[in-house]
Design a protein around this ligand. Structure first.
Ligand SMILES: Nc1ncnc2c1ncn2[C@@H]1O[C@H](COP(=O)(O)OP(=O)(O)O)[C@@H](O)[C@H]1O
Ligand SMILES: [Mg+2]
Length: 378
């Protein structure tokens, strides 16, 4: 069996002062009224597993007001869960300071290695705001792709970060050249660096889009219908000829003070029956495509690692019709572990709930009936 999370403790995380939740393999349903902390709890699971929040770029938001730090502690059952096969991981975070990540009390090598399996589990998250992957800007789709590949390879995560820094520095230099503060000769060094790092990013993405597109197609078939769905990658400069394209764009780049070609300007195309879902998709098609992208990510991780990632899906049922709800419920039940949130337990069949763990949330307090049954503590 793939690894799964057994327990999680949240300290000063969002609206949780100090709360512990036990999770089971299979389906876990978080239920509670609005604004009680369901989304926050799912965010915390992801934070514990990756060391970062997928929800916001202003990470300091996760610290419970007015505390000064947040902390998550998590117990992961590895393999088939034979005794002793457990990993204890923790993330300590105080805004402005280096994060403290530990694996069995030993500091993690880096944030990227922690996120790429170091914590013992990988996760695939769905938050309602993820609709922007389909609907939003190219950067949202690049983030989806880069995020997925980063959970598989820390070296890819580093290449993405270093590439972004190199482009920024090149842009600064372009503006200095434009303003007569630097000579054009200095550009060559940066161009070489940008192309070197950019090529690594492009190679990673190019290798992923084919299989990921197939998984996306199958997921859309199951969720939407028989029309063929797939992915394409839209290059601002092709892999072959990237260096030449960057050189060619030099004068224009100096004039504008930005780098106009490279993986930071590319887009991931999402297609349904040959139509671009971003531009032409209906709201319903875009919603299902968002979900299908998450299903595709799960298959991709499974294919690459041989392990099923933990699914963290926020409020996914409310937008769906009965048939799709049923499909999803089965899908979650059959996964190694899924943690999903809902305001309404009636979306689930009694029989399914009897085989699942139901976690009740109210005002940042967690109660799950099984917690008092003498199970081990975190
Ligand atoms: N950093 C924070 N400190 C304290 N409370 C927070 C923080 N961030 C969010 N909250 C509170 O969390 C609640 C929302 O929780 P959320 O998980 O989004 O609810 P829901 O159950 O509807 O998903 C709000 O009441 C909000 O004020
Ligand atoms: Mg919510």
């Amino acid at each position: 069996m793939s690894p799964h999370i057994r327990a999680l403790r949240l300290v000063n995380f969002r609206n949780y002062a100090d709360a512990t939740v036990l999770l089971s393999p299979g389906l876990n349903v978080i239920v509670g009224d609005n604004a009680q902390g369901k989304t926050n709890l799912l965010e915390a699971v992801s934070f514990a597993a990756t060391g970062s929040t997928p929800r916001t770029s202003t990470e300091s938001e996760v610290v419970r007001w007015p505390a000064e730090f947040a902390r998550t502690e998590m117990r992961v059952v590895l393999g088939d869960g034979a005794r002793g096969d457990e990993r204890a991981v923790a993330v300590g975070y105080a805004p402005g300071q280096r994060k403290r990540l530990t694996v069995d009390d030993v500091p993690a090598e880096s944030l990227s290695s922690y996120a790429a399996g170091g914590a013992g589990v990988r996760t695939v998250t769905f938050f309602p705001d993820d609709l922007r992957i389909v609907k939003g800007a190219p950067s949202d789709r690049r983030e989806y792709l880069d995020g997925l590949l980063s959970t598989l390879r820390p070296s890819y995560a580093r290449a993405v970060a270093e590439y972004a820094r190199a482009v920024q520095q090149r842009n600064q230099l372009l503006r200095r050249i434009r303003d007569g503060l630097s000579s054009g000769k200095t550009l060559q060094t940066w161009d070489t660096k940008v192309v070197d790092l950019g090529t690594r990013v492009l190679q990673g993405r190019a290798a992923a889009v084919g299989p990921l597109g197939d998984f996306f197609g199958s997921a859309m078939r199951a969720l939407y219908g028989s029309e063929k769905a797939g992915m394409g990658y839209s290059y601002s400069a092709p892999l072959e000829g990237y260096c030449e394209a960057l050189t060619e764009a030099r004068d224009a780049d100096v004039e504008r003070g930005t780098t106009s070609v490279g993986p930071h300007r590319d887009d991931l195309e999402l297609l349904l029956g040959g139509m671009d879902l971003t531009t032409y998709g209906s709201q319903g098609q875009q919603r299902l495509a968002t979900l299908a992208l998450k299903f595709a990510a799960r298959e991709y991780v499974r294919d690459a690692t041989g392990e099923d990632p933990v699914l963290l899906f926020d409020d996914v049922m409310s937008e769906l019709d009965g048939r799709r709800r049923e499909y999803l419920a089965e899908y979650f039940q059959e996964s190694t572990q899924a943690v999903i949130s809902t305001t309404n337990l009636e979306y689930f069949e009694e029989e399914l709930l009897s085989r699942s763990r139901v976690i009740r949330i109210s005002g940042g307090e967690i109660s799950s009936p099984a917690d008092s049954s003498g199970k081990r503590d975190v």
